[in-house]
Design a protein around this ligand. Structure first.
Ligand SMILES: [Zn+2]
Ligand SMILES: [Zn+2]
Length: 343
């Protein structure tokens, strides 16, 4: 079986690996059909991802087809097409016991700390599979990205009185904006890259290019007032520090992206405005059920984001190119399966 293995920063190789064994109790053997590529993969490739352990098989955004199930598995059946939740939680730590499996103390993530899906077949715990029930592989492969945005929005829970600002118009920023506009009065999206802003505007979002006096720019787009909820989806250190200045009085700031550096902020303004700061990591099964329901009823659709395609063979050359110019592609997907049957 072929697998794309990242042996260290800058070293992605296609290797022949032994076949997976038959699924044991609670396990499912799947054929990987689509793999989404994102910033996590680019950072793993260039050696700047916070949690990666080499060697690693990348691939945490997965759409798969069930080939065989182990004894006692009833959640899925052979032939089912599923999205795969890549976060493996322990179920026993204080976070898991409180329903916060997304920040489990012993969390493992497929494609980051455990072998991911850039390979032809893999064994998975049945609980990680979310049946698509008729959804296309192209929709299922985007559930992970949409889940990140969905969870971040649930952290701040914007309502009809809120103006939301999303910093960063990559796939995560787009996912946050799509989820936020279901409930917030106004959603703004800002990014320094005109190409990204153009794409977001084309998707019907109120997007603008960051430049010059950012506070003034934001006020200009938010009817004179600073937004009550700000999401930083850039993972950019300078952007994360600047985000504190953009939150209106009594507002919330959510860090969806993360950085290796120490983030500092001016305490007087933070205190005076009584800002609430949230981190947002991964997503929960509840987030995924809600995302799948929204994709199914058509109110959440990200398929237009996919504007680059690779195969398991070509990704070895494509990933370095994509990693060196991340703003050029909104969403890259590796296609390992049969063509989608279009209705
Ligand atoms: Zn991702
Ligand atoms: Zn846990």
């Amino acid at each position: 079986m072929l697998a794309a293995v990242l042996t260290g920063p800058g070293r992605l190789e296609l290797v022949e690996r032994p076949e997976e064994p038959d699924p044991g109790p609670g396990e499912v053997l799947v054929a990987v059909r689509r793999v989404g590529i994102c910033g996590t993969d680019y950072h793993a490739y260039d050696g700047t991802q916070n949690f990666i352990e080499y060697p690693c098989v990348l691939g945490h955004e997965l759409a798969v087809e069930v080939l065989a199930v182990g004894r006692d598995v009833t959640r899925v059946a052979p032939g089912d097409r599923c999205a795969v939740m890549p976060y493996l939680s322990c179920g026993a730590c204080v976070a898991c016991r409180r329903g916060r499996s997304n920040c489990c103390e012993r969390i493992e993530v497929l494609g980051v700390t455990r072998p991911g899906g850039l390979r032809e077949r893999m064994l998975l715990p049945a609980a990680q599979l979310f049946p698509g029930d008729g959804l296309a592989l192209e929709q299922l492969v985007l559930v992970e990205t949409l889940g990140i945005g969905w969870h971040a929005v649930r952290r701040a829970a914007p309502g009809p009185d809120d103006t939301v600002l999303v910093l960063g118009a990559g796939p995560v920023g787009l996912a946050v904006a799509q989820a936020a506009r279901r409930t917030a009065a106004r959603v703004l999206l800002a990014d320094p890259v005109p190409r990204r802003v153009g794409f977001a505007a084309g998707a019907g979002l109120h997007a603008f290019v960051v430049g010059g006096d950012l506070v003034a720019r934001v006020r200009e787009h938010a009817a004179g007032e600073l937004p009550s909820v700000v999401f930083d989806a850039s993972g950019n250190h300078a952007s994360m520090e600047r985000a504190f200045e953009l939150v209106g009085p009594g507002g919330r700031l959510v860090f969806v992206g993360h950085t290796r550096g120490v983030v500092t902020f001016a305490n007087p303004r933070f205190h005076a405005s009584e800002v609430t700061l949230h981190a947002s990591r991964n997503a929960t099964a509840q987030d995924w059920e809600q995302v799948l329901a929204a994709v199914r009823d058509g109110s959440l659709d990200a398929t237009a984001w996919v504007n680059h395609r690779s195969t398991l063979t070509s990704v070895v050359d494509d990933l370095p190119r994509l990693a060196s110019s991340p703003g050029h592609v909104v969403k890259a997907v590796v296609d390992l399966g049969p063509e989608e049957e279009r209705p």
